[in-house]
Write a new protein. Sequence first.
Length: 488
Amino acid sequence: MDQSKTPVLDALAAYHATGQTPFTPPGHKQGRGADPRVRAVLGDAVFRSDVLAISGLDDRMSSGGILEEAQALMADAVGADHAFFSTCGSSLSVKSAMLSVAGPHEKLLVGRDAHKSVISGLILCGIRPVWVEPEWDAERHLAHAPSAAAFEAAFAEHPDAQGALVTTPTPYGTCSDLTAIADVCHRRGKPLVVDEAWGAHLPFHPDLPTWAMDAGADVCVTSVHKMGSGLEQSSVFHLQGDLVKPEVLESREDLLGTTSPSVLVYAALDGWRRQMVEHGRSLYDHALALADDVRSRIADIGGIRVHGRDDFCGPGKANDLDPLQIILDISAWQVTGYRAADWLRTHHRINLHIADHRRISAQLTHADDKETADVLLAALDDLAAHSPALRTGRPVDVPSPAGLRLEQAMLPRDAFFGPTEQVDSTAAAGRVAAEMITPYPPGIPAVLPGERLTSEVLDYLRTGVQAGMVIPDSVDPQATSVRVLRED
């Protein structure tokens, strides 16, 4: 296909050039009705290009096939059979993918390090999860994606599972052996869904980890706003093979998705695809070289360990690592990542990607350059100098890997919609949780609906919040109380 084409962008340019007058939503009418104070911040161009996809960008019958052509170009660019654009983020896309593989009360193998959006999908559709254990690094208190052997064992125990879902890369940039996991699934005729939200860039440079379609996955969900040039909420899910029908995947997306998609998001996706096809190799040549330089310079700062392949990859760990995720262990300073991230924002106006009980991370992309790298390095130098003042003397009580795992006493859906009550967290051990409790970022729930709470995990959450952990999805963000199933 002609990858120089951008159907959405071209149609938007034609919309402006032909002087269309809308008597449809959006009600701001290309910004004419927007408050000038809002336009002063957002810019006139945002409103001018915020038009309807149907009876706007395309006609009432969508006879121009604009979106369909843009999606076909995306699939062709990355070697998938089909691509579908979503303007509701990968949080919706992954739910659509799950619903295409399993239905209510059917089993799906799911890595327990899944994002909260996956758990939301389980709650919405009543899928019965079979949890597959991640590769736990007990020394660093970190989980990598499950191994192929773990999925093999789970299928052996649950041969009626409809398929498998794995998250890779993780938010820490570590990757599983997708080729081996896909083989485990396909020997049984079962599809593999990959939540590759952090990997939209992977198809465009050979020195990046293997991306899901090349590894043989059936459905792959990507968040183009995370590592690409898409606007927030832009997601693409890709499909290949015949284990998941394209009309089924599309119908599941239609079931969950908005009927008012953002043309702005579509246009940015369209343009990003062309950018990557034409310039992705050179852009990531530069980004990877910059990442190498940044890593070596940070390693010279005392007290910071820059995690690399030696730390994260190998037997019992991850299979590969995205070097653009710069993961920094600052535990030698006896400072939490929460405190460090807050200090850097306050004093250097830097916003970091992940902050946990012992780490901070900086995400580099093709958009970074020497100037942004120098800003980061100067800030980290200053952080090192101020680290003694950031110690709180209140460590987070992180359990062992075994201590973090809770018994799944009932389906997430049944617990979430069951009769509930709020109880003091000091009295919640042994009770069945009726809510998600998710340290964010990275958004991997510590507690799921239907799991039986333990004092270890409750202490971890309480001490974590006291140290600066954020748990935005719980009823009580301070973790002093927990929503549990009522015991009648």
